[in-house]
Design a protein around this ligand. Sequence first.
Ligand SMILES: NC(=O)c1ccc[n+]([C@@H]2O[C@H](COP(=O)([O-])OP(=O)(O)OC[C@H]3O[C@@H](n4cnc5c(N)ncnc54)[C@H](OP(=O)(O)O)[C@@H]3O)[C@@H](O)[C@H]2O)c1
Length: 338
Amino acid sequence: MKAYYSKAYGNSEASVFGELPDPVAGPGQVLVEIKAVSINPVDWKIRRGDARVVTGFRFPRIFGADFAGIVRETGPGVTAFTKGQRVYGSKSILLDRGGALAELRVVEENKLRLIPEGMSFNEAASLPIAALTALNGLRKCGLGRDTEVHDSSGNPGPASSGKQGSDSSRKEILINGGTGGVGHFAVQIARARGAMVTVTCSRANANLALNLGADMTIDHSTGELWSSGRKFDAIFDAHGHMKAWRVHKLLKPGGAYASTLFIPPPYLAIAVTRLLHGKKLMSANMRSLDEDWQELERLFSEGSLRPVIENTFPLERASEAFDLAMRGGFRGKIIIII
Ligand SMILES: NC(=O)c1ccc[n+]([C@@H]2O[C@H](COP(=O)([O-])OP(=O)(O)OC[C@H]3O[C@@H](n4cnc5c(N)ncnc54)[C@H](OP(=O)(O)O)[C@@H]3O)[C@@H](O)[C@H]2O)c1
């Protein structure tokens, strides 16, 4: 099979496009013909060797966790899938395990889902890590499904119908970095939950953020956010680098902050903030329960969640996709098509 793989830890100079042996599905496994893979920061960070203690030393090594494809064969004991079905999921790339950047990959049956009706391979591959992280971050910010605004018939309202609660009843949320992989999903989900959404992004991406459902945008390259005097009920830091003291200034009493990155010291500041002001500062990792996937699929089928995909590359040009992902300056998700 054709594959894009790394021969050692490093950037694109350590990776090649070439041939590797075809994998075979074992018991409980499914052989998937991969059609699309999306790039997440975890792919290029692990490829570079940032977490080599937990990612092992076995090479050649394939990266690219999130994928979509077609079932080519099923291994012994597989009952949930049959040949020809469209499937998607996320392969763990920790502990020597391989990702999806190849024509054929073996995936555990319990790590696969059927692609919903109307969702393309590219859209399906764009969702797992980024959208599940956005969903969990917003839940930690108090924007779980139970906060969603419904119309009088009980149907979910705002993003598809344009309905909103009154301004005073809407939770005010700041999404820091709202047009990247995680952020552009978070803006749409927060909007679907009926929140009043302020987004930081570069000036060039302001229109995109507004189209995704933001009520207001702030250019993150200026000091406008810090000087505005604004206060929020919640902050979802999709970019992940806000300082604890700045978060404290921006949050209303009792507010919540969730970051996609592990919150670094000073832990003391975090503890004091919680004790004195009732504000919660938390990390928000991807959560992958069945109910989370169902929720994403529901939002997609309602039209409330649409992946933004402006950059696609064929497998033989995967290095360019990784280089762009590391450099930044793109919007939404980067997809490698196989
Ligand atoms: N813990 C987890 O489970 C988990 C899961 C997924 C991601 N993550 C982490 O979350 C972070 C974001 O992931 P991603 O996939 O969204 O990355 P991404 O697609 O590269 O997006 C990064 C975003 O950050 C914005 N940005 C750049 N400089 C900024 C600044 N100074 N202030 C505010 N925003 C800024 C960019 O906006 P502009 O282009 O407009 O500048 C871009 O929208 C990464 O660090 C990743 O490792 C964690």
